[in-house]
Design a protein around this ligand. Sequence first.
Ligand SMILES: [Fe+2]
Length: 183
Amino acid sequence: MLKMLGLGLAICASSIAISAELVTQPTPMITSDTSVIAALQTSAAMHLTAIEHYSTLAEHLDRWGYSQLGEKYRADAEEERGHFKKCVERLEFYDVSPVLTHPAPSWPRHDFAGILVANMQLEQKTAIAERANILASRAVGDELSALVFAELLEGSEESIKDIQAVQSMIKQIGLDNYLADKI
Ligand SMILES: [Fe+2]
């Protein structure tokens, strides 16, 4: 009987120890494959460049006198800010801080045809990266990250179509006529 009581006390003591350990242990981190984290960091950096690219373009086009284009690029910058937020939210899910270093944007001043080329280069580069990010996520079974990248890719592909449409319109009506309608 005493032996059984002793055993009971021992079990009880070990349960207390386990529950105390559970309470004091930090919440286990959700880990992801490093390739997905790298993909999220790449996309976040590209979106920081895109935010600066379209924000600075908006100011330039406003001052140049094309307020409609200024408004359009301001909206584009806002959209890119939303995409950046998605990358940061996903990194936060994995308890990882975004790396905020990124290449500076580059576009030519007072050269709208050149600006369209710069925009196209930015969006194509981003689309290529997002396609690779989708593949990297799927390769390790991270379908939720792949879905985030797929949504970001859709944004870049929409922008590419939009730039192509503007370039084709300029070819038909001429740059001056196009810009005259954007004041
Ligand atoms: Fe984007």
